[in-house]
Design a protein around this ligand. Structure first.
Ligand SMILES: [Zn+2]
Length: 456
C-alpha cells in the first residue's frame, strides 16, 4: 500500500511523521523508554545459529535484554515483526561517500567539494535506511575533506546518518591509482588521490590526514582497476615507503588500510603491519597464511567487479574490469573462501559511491560471499561483528547483545535461507532511535529519492 491509498488516519500520521521526523527520533531514544522488538528469529552476530521467537529490549540508546515475551515490561512499546529476522545493523567497511557517477575521476574534476558532500549526505542517508548503520570511508574523489565534515555533522547530531570512521583520502604515488593519468603532460590538475613519493612525502601526507581528522590511513599500495593508466598487478610503493607510512600512522595511533591487488603488494603491506588488505585480488596461499598469523583483515569488495560487468555502467577503465570478469573472478571467489577457511578475518565492504549507487545493491556483497562458499551466517557476521572488530567498534557495536548500542535492523523472512532478504530491510534502529518501521514510508527529512536503478 502506498501513501495515497492509505486510510486518512494513517496518511495524516505519516505526514506528521515526515514533518517532525527529528522530534520523533529524539523521543524514541529517550532514556527510560523501553522498546521491545519481537521477531521469529534473531541473528545476534556471534552465535552459530539464529535464536527463534526472540525478544530484544531497548532502553534509551542501548540493548538491555534478550529473551522471550516474558521479558516485556508493562508500558513498553512493542514492535511485532512476525516472520522476520532481527540482526545487527550492517557495516560497510569500504565506502567512498563523495564518489558519484561511474567515471569518478572525471566527475570529481567537474564538481565542487561542497556539492559532492551534499550528494554524499543524501547517499549516506539512503544507505542508512537500507540497513547500513556504519561505514568506513576509504578515501574519496575529493581534494578537500568533505567526508570528515560529514562525519562531524552526523556525530554532532545536526544530520542523521550512519556512524562513520575512515580516511579522507587515498595516498598514491605519482602515476598510481590516485593520480589522473589520462591528461597531457602540460595539464596541471589536483588529482583525487593525495600524491606522495618517497618516505618523507609519505610521512607528511599521513600527518596531514591525521591533522584534518582521518582516523584511518589509506594507501594505494598497488595499481587499481577503476583508474586509468595504472596496473593492478604492479606494486606502487617501495618497501621503504610502506614502512614509513605504517610507522608514522602507528605513532599517531591510526591504523592503515592497504589497497592491494598484486600478490607481492599484499605481502609487502602485511609485512609492513597494515591492519587491512582492501581487495586482495591476486592473494595466494602464502599471503593468506601471513594474514591469518598476524590477524590482518581482508576486505575483498568483490561485488564491485560484478556491478561494472552488468547494467549500463561504464568506466573509463572498463577494459580492466572486463578482463577481470573473464579471467580473474572465478579464482578470486575461490581465494576469498580459502582465506576464510585459513582463518583470515574477511569483511564486507562495497567500494561503491553512495552519492549515486542504488542502496539495495550494497547487500549483494553478502550474496557474493555466499556464492564463494562462505556460509550465510559467516557472511552476515563479516558485515556486522567482524566489521566492527576491524573498525575497533566491537566494544559497543557489531552484535545484538545486552550493553551494546542498539543499532538493529530487521529483514523479512530468513536471510540464512535467502541471503537476498538483506536487500529488503524493513526496520532500522540507530542508537535506539527507530528510523524505519515495517510497512511505513521512512523519511529523515530532506532525503533525496533513490536514483533510478541501473541494475536488475
Ligand atoms: Zn575503494
Amino acid at each position: 500500500m502506498n501513501v495515497d491509498q492509505a486510510p486518512l488516519k494513517n496518511r495524516a500520521r505519516r505526514n506528521w511523521l515526515a514533518s517532525a521526523a527529528i522530534a520523533v527520533l529524539a523521543c524514541s531514544a529517550e532514556a527510560g523508554t523501553t522498546t521491545a522488538l519481537v521477531a521469529d528469529r534473531l541473528i545476534d552476530g556471534r552465535s552459530k545459529t539464529a535464536l527463534t521467537d526472540a525478544v530484544v529490549l531497548i532502553e534509551g540508546e542501548r540493548i538491555v535484554a534478550i529473551g522471550n515475551r516474558s521479558l516485556i515490561p508493562a508500558g513498553a512499546e512493542v514492535i511485532e515483526l512476525g516472520d522476520a529476522t532481527l540482526m545487527p545493523g550492517m557495516i560497510n567497511a569500504h565506502e567512498h561517500p563523495l564518489m558519484f557517477g561511474d567515471d569518478y575521476q572525471q566527475v570529481q574534476l567537474a564538481h565542487s567539494s561542497a556539492y559532492k558532500t551534499l550528494m554524499a549526505l543524501a547517499g549516506l542517508q539512503r544507505l542508512l535506511l537500507a540497513g547500513w548503520t556504519g561505514v568506513r570511508v576509504m578515501g574519496d574523489a575529493d581534494v578537500f575533506y568533505g567526508n570528515q565534515d560529514l562525519r562531524r555533522v552526523i556525530d554532532s547530531g545536526v544530520f542523521i546518518g550512519p556512524r562513520m570512521s575512515g580516511a579522507a583520502h587515498y595516498i598514491s604515488i605519482t602515476g598510481g591509482g590516485g593520480d589522473i593519468n589520462y591528461l597531457s603532460p602540460e595539464q596541471r590538475v589536483r588529482p583525487d588521490g593525495l600524491i606522495a613519493d618517497g618516505p618523507e612525502e609519505i610521512r607528511k601526507a599521513v600527518r596531514e590526514e591525521v591533522k584534518y581528522g582521518s582516523d584511518w590511513i589509506k594507501l594505494l599500495v598497488t595499481g587499481a582497476f577503476e583508474s586509468v593508466g595504472d596496473d593492478p598487478r604492479n606494486v606502487a610503493f617501495s618497501p621503504e615507503e610502506l614502512r614509513a607510512a605504517v610507522e608514522e600512522a602507528n605513532r599517531h595511533g591510526v591504523p592503515v588500510a592497504a589497497h592491494a591487488h598484486a600478490t607481492e603488494g599484499i605481502k609487502q603491506a602485511v609485512a609492513a603491519g597494515v591492519r587491512s588488505i582492501e581487495h586482495g585480488t591476486y592473494i595466494d596461499d602464502e599471503a593468506m597464511k601471513m594474514m591469518a598469523k598476524r590477524g590482518t583483515f581482508l576486505v575483498p569488495t568483490v561485488y564491485l567487479g560484478d556491478y561494472y560487468a552488468t547494467g549500463d555502467n561504464t568506466l573509463r577503465a572498463q577494459d580492466k574490469n572486463d578482463e577481470y570478469i573473464k579471467h580473474g573472478r572465478g579464482d578470486f571467489l575461490a581465494a576469498i573462501a580459502g582465506a576464510h577457511r585459513a582463518g583470515v578475518k574477511v569483511v564486507i565492504g562495497l567500494d561503491l559511491g553512495a552519492g549515486s549507487a542504488d542502496p539495495k545493491v550494497y547487500a549483494r556483497e553478502f550474496a557474493v560471499f555466499v556464492e564463494a562458499g562462505i556460509s550465510p551466517m559467516d557472511a552476515i557476521q563479516a558485515g556486522t561483528r567482524v566489521a566492527a572488530e576491524l573498525l575497533r567498534w566491537d566494544d559497543r557495536l557489531g552484535t545484538v547483545e545486552p550493553g551494546k548500542l542498539a543499532d538493529i535492523i530487521a529483514v523479512p523472512g530468513n536471510p540464512l535461507t535467502d541471503i537476498s532478504a538483506l536487500e529488503r530491510v524493513s526496520m532500522v534502529i540507530l542508537g535506539g532511535r527507530v528510523l524505519k518501521r515495517p510497512g511505513e514510508a521512512a523519511s529523515l527529512g530532506g532525503l533525496l529519492p533513490a536514483p533510478s536503478a541501473a541494475h536488475p
